[in-house]
Design a protein around this ligand. Structure first.
Ligand code: FAD
Length: 393
């Protein structure tokens, strides 16, 4: 009988993993906590748009999706650094025209990946199903069905946790390791950054025109904090403010932005040119959530031959290299290659996948943390601007 693989999480990485596994002929079921973003007007979670770079593009090409995805992309040829006095300076990512990264809508890309997985014919996607528990001995996962408020017990041959940074699958898998192999090296480190982020918007100009340079990643570096903006196809820019949670000495923090007057004065002082392009700044600021940022490192990433973690569930990183999704897509390629090398030998597949990906994930996590300092400081030390880019850098 065809093996059944259950994936918890139908975000970017879970949807892509489903596509790769379907191509290998497995029966795949994806259980996603949220409603179907293709049918409901919900945000796709986290950032509205993201930077897609070579690692992610390679994975999309392997799935044969790049032609469709390219309709969703805006090339960003460099970073446009905005000074407080309103002057700006484009720092190209490379000398050659192909040395660019791309802005893409998270919702549109996630929807495309879900469509592609479903079109394979052997993938079923269930929405509003939240992973609660996994019985690793019986190979059964328990989900809450939000729509019917009932519980569902789902048998599996293999289980993949793709349920993001706050992964329930990770907690359950690590508990299983601790209880069955108490002497084994088993760890979970969640390192909060103590800086948070808030999304704002620069709307399109007349006739859908772009009110800033379209093909650039815009940065307003201000030492301890920064604003960035990525273009959207409709002419708008999604703007993200990265700021410490708490003020410190002369450095502002989100705690100091409680009233409209405080927010207005903060933007007037540090980002006057951007504020002038945001007519609903105050409304957005007080309406939109303030997101947490942090790094998750854990070991192991798999339990015997029955379950493994992928994407942010295994290795959430801070977004300052623009590499979290790209790295998760690369996980999918590695998993696919491990399956090709040892088809049916899942213990080896999971072990080789973990051994190949963990050092890379740890390295990019460190680089992403370092890059935050570089990005927000780049106004003070222009040498940073000369570094070659692999992402946001
Ligand atoms: P997620 O996208 O978090 O998806 C997990 C899915 O699992 C969600 O759909 C969730 O609803 C579902 N889920 C959660 N719990 C359960 C449960 N118990 N049961 C069932 N389903 C569940 N990366 C880049 O490469 N480039 C960028 O430019 C970039 N910018 C970013 C900007 C910001 C502000 C942030 C916060 C992140 C950014 N990232 C970027 C990182 C990127 O968002 C993540 O790496 C990526 O979303 C990981 O995909 P994922 O599928 O592993 O996790």
């Amino acid at each position: 009988m065809q093996e059944k693989i259950v994936i918890a999480g139908g975000g970017l990485v879970g949807a892509m993993a489903a596509g790769f596994l379907a191509r290998r002929g497995y029966r795949v079921e994806v259980y996603e906590r949220r409603p179907d973003l293709r049918a409901h007007d919900i945000s796709a979670g986290r950032s509205i748009n993201l930077a897609l770079a070579n690692r992610g593009i390679y994975a999309l090409e392997r799935l044969g999706l790049m032609e469709r995805v390219s309709q969703l992309l805006i090339p960003m040829r460099g970073r446009m650094v905005h000074d407080v006095d309103g002057s700006c300076n484009l720092q190209p990512y490379g000398q050659r025209p192909e040395e660019v990264i791309y802005s893409v809508s998270r919702g549109a890309l996630n929807g495309l990946l879900l469509d592609a997985a479903e079109a394979a014919g052997n993938v079923d996607i269930f929405f509003e199903r939240e992973l609660l528990d996994i019985d690793f001995d019986e190979k059964r996962a328990r989900f809450r069905d939000h729509a019917g408020d009932a519980e569902q017990h789902v048998p599996f041959d293999r289980f993949i946790g793709a349920d993001g940074a706050g992964s329930r699958a990770r907690a359950l898998l690590l508990d299983e390791v601790r209880s069955k192999q108490p002497d084994r090296d088993c760890s979970e480190r969640i390192e909060p950054l103590h800086h948070r982020y808030k999304e704002l918007e620069i709307p399109a100009g007349p006739g859908g025109s772009f009110r800033l340079e379209k093909e650039a990643l815009h940065i307003w570096p201000r030492g301890g904090f920064m604003l960035i903006a990525l273009p959207n196809l409709d002419g708008s820019f999604t703007v993200t403010l990265f700021l410490p949670e708490k003020s410190n000495g002369g450095q502002p923090g989100f705690d100091a932005l409680q009233t409209e007057a405080q927010v207005e004065s903060f933007f007037r002082q540090y980002f006057p040119d951007a504020a002038a392009l945001m007519p609903s700044l105050l409304q957005d600021f007080f309406h939109n959530p303030c997101g947490h940022l942090g790094t998750v490192r854990c070991a192991p990433w798999h339990w015997r031959d029955s379950a493994m973690l992928i994407g942010d569930a295994a290795h959430a990183i801070v977004p300052f290299h623009g590499q979290g999704m790209n790295c998760g897509f690369e996980d999918c390629v590695e998993l696919d290659e491990c399956i090709e090398r040892a088809p049916g030998n899942w213990w080896d597949v999971f072990r080789h996948y973990s051994e190949a990906r963990r050092p890379n994930a740890d390295a990019i996590a460190d680089m992403a943390l370092e890059n935050y300092v570089e990005m927000r400081d780049s106004v003070r030390d222009p040498k940073f601007l000369l570094k070659k880019s692999i992402g946001f850098e």
